[in-house]
Write a protein that binds this ligand. Sequence first.
Ligand code: PLP
Length: 285
Amino acid sequence: MTSVFLNGEFMPMAEAKISPMDRGFLFGDGIYEVIPSYAGRCVGFLPHMQRMQEGLQAIGMPLPMDVTAFKIVIDRLISDNGSGNLGVYIHVSRGTDTKRNHAFPLNIPQTVFAFTFAIPTEPVADKSEVKGYKVISAQDLRWKRCQVKSTSLLGNVMHYQQGQNAGVNETILYNAQGFLTEASACNVFVVKDNLILTPPLDNQLLPGITRLMLIDILKHDNKLKFVERAVHMDEVKAADEIWLTSSSKEIAPVIELDGQPVGDGKVGDMWLAVQALFSLYKYNY
Ligand code: PLP
């Protein structure tokens, strides 16, 4: 039985109940995080907490408990749920109001919910083991605050489903000017002539923690050429390699875009090099 945390208490999932008047349910008025953990070790705990704090601040909410208290809750959930390959989901909503009113309510306790779910085994830098992703591209039709990790995910859900309906794994998104933003649940990197590119952070994409860690690792390693700049979809289509990054996937190679092979249609050598670097350093964050 999955053990979860809800508003200060640990309990079996079946016993966790919230009111339908919770603003997370009515408005998607909340912030969430997903932190991967393997054999009891979290990857990127502090940057994930930092992003959650920034997201809460962006929507006018305080951190409901301090980072040390969150760590205690997360460690307990990981251990109660078997300490295997687990994603830790944390969700903070603005709380349960008495009426459905758009205006922020005053002085109501936030709802804090956390649970774990099984994730695949730790990714390894091995071409024979990694899954090559197939993706389509589509114009980004989400809102203009994509830097906020909001629980209002309908825009992302619609784009993810677009990919599912097309029989592929993900949907890569571009803005009205034809520039890459991100994917429905991942950030995107491309490689051309051994140069690694990714779009800079702004309101069009989530500041992914895997993205942040990978960029930091690339800069410290200082062997591979990397530039953060606007990337046009023409460059994405002509790329030698495309990668999707997210906490559960780490760096996932894309082998097909809109029905066409990416590069030679096989997992690339640059992917192998960066996933190896990521595996080596990821527990430093
Ligand atoms: N972009 C979007 C829209 C996402 O939902 C996610 C992860 O859920 C990411 C990027 C990758 O973020 P992270 O590396 O922090 O998992």
